[in-house]
Ligand binder design. Structure first.
Ligand SMILES: [Zn+2]
Length: 415
């Protein structure tokens, strides 16, 4: 996925606004239709039926404004809706919710027929991209070159809350796998255990601690001041709107800085290691742990978790391991990585979040909480890696993702 900032003309921006609004409307209308059919007639409505309904909506007089948006673009929200229901039925997502203006991100997806695409031999790495129903090509800031070759399968236009427009291209790209890395002089794959924490973003099993850049702290302080300012402004006043926009811009900046940092970190980890081990951290369960001890504490914890952006980190590790021929092992959430001594494997009592250092009562080893957890994760991850590897036919490659929770009991528990 390649994402670039772009600067639509006033005319293009107006047309895009209309498109975003129409996509949101179609999504909500599709959702309402499915809900109504189920509630009143116990009929389950799928993607095909909602598409037929869309054709009807576009033909009706009251909804003629829908005709100003290309029909393939309007089918995309119905596809997303279908995926949202699928997630709900699988139990991996909550029941789909209505999209709200100004709350849900604005986006519209164009399939291959919805845009034109031209290479300019004078300017390699860039393209002239023109959307359906627009007269001029988009002004795209090509911050990194797009690989030469095929036309993207689809493109997505989006607008963040700061009013910035982006275009992203889904390109089918074959990334050559990196050569495997082994521990010097052996055939043992180089492995790393990663402990994700609140005190430091990531701790590696060699004790290295990785944190967010200092810059983010400064932004965070500025964000807090702006939020206080916002509360002092009159509701619906022009000044309030100005502060709101400043906050949205700052959020956008923070997420850019964070994404860059995580991108660099995950690339380095995936280059240097053959097997990467993380804990199956359900962020939801951690958030729930903050409950009941006062809302302030919970709010702070939520902020820290959001800030730590583990979700992004895990997602990046997952696709980069897949791209580069590495293995990501996700250890079970019930594995006692924190309270197990990495030296003698004795499992001690639960440790409070505030405890950073502890001593093993069995062997006396002194532990840094996060480093010890990372070592435990690496060892447990490698145990699972070998268990899975020996169960494969000889000569086959280890999978890109090993999830302990999805392994058979024999493999999971084998000593
Ligand atoms: Zn011990």
């Amino acid at each position: 996925m390649y994402r670039y900032r772009c600067y639509p003309t006033e005319e293009q921006a107006a047309q895009l606004s209309k498109t975003f609004g129409a996509c949101r409307w179609v999504y909500n209308e599709g959702l309402a239709l499915r809900q109504k059919a189920w509630r009143e007639y116990r009929v389950s409505v799928g993607f095909a039926e909602t598409c037929r309904a869309l054709t009807g909506w576009r033909q009706s007089v009251e909804m003629s404004w829908l005709r100003a948006v290309s029909s393939t673009v309007l089918q995309q929200p119905l596809r997303h809706l279908q995926a949202a229901f699928q997630g709900f039925f699988d139990g991996s997502a909550k029941y789909p919710k209505r999209k709200k203006k100004g709350r849900s991100p604005d986006s519209a997806t164009y399939m291959r027929t919805g845009f034109s695409w031209r290479e300019d031999p004078e300017r390699p790495g860039t393209r002239a991209v023109k959307l359906a129903l627009q007269r001029e090509p988009l002004d795209v800031r090509w911050s990194r070159p797009l690989p030469a070759g095929d036309t993207p399968l689809r493109l997505t236009m989006s607008r963040d809350r700061a009013g910035r427009f982006f275009v992203s291209f889904l390109v089918e790209e074959v990334v050559p796998a990196l050569p495997a890395v082994f521990v010097a002089g052996t055939r043992e794959p180089q492995a790393v255990g990663l402990d994700l924490g609140l005190a430091s973003l990531v701790t590696l099993d060699d004790g290295t601690k990785v944190d967010h850049p200092r810059l983010l702290r400064r932004y965070q302080a500025r964000l807090k001041r702006l939020q206080q300012e916002l509360h002092r402004k009159k509701l619906r006043s022009r000044n309030r709107e100005k502060v709101r926009l400043k906050i949205a811009r700052l959020y956008a900046l923070i997420s850019d800085v964070r994404r860059d940092m995580l991108d660099q970190l995950t690339t380095r980890l995936v280059r240097e290691n053959q097997v990467l081990v993380v804990e199956d951290l359900s962020v939801a369960s951690l958030m729930a742990a903050g409950k009941g001890k006062g809302r302030r504490r919970k709010a702070r914890l939520n902020e820290a978790i959001r800030d730590a952006s583990w979700g992004t980190l895990l997602r990046m590790l997952t696709y980069k391991c897949e791209w580069y021929g590495r293995t990501l092992v996700v250890v079970d959430r019930f594995f006692p990585s924190t309270r197990r001594c990495s030296g003698c494997h004795a499992v001690g009592p639960k440790l409070d979040v505030s405890v950073r250092q502890w001593a093993c009562t069995e062997c006396g080893a002194q532990h840094d909480r996060d480093e010890n957890a990372a070592v435990n994760l690496r060892d447990e991850g490698m145990r699972l890696y070998w268990q899975v590897s020996i169960s494969l036919p000889p000569g086959s490659k280890a999978p890109a993702l090993i999830k302990a929770s999805e392994l058979s009991k024999e493999i999971r528990l084998a000593a």
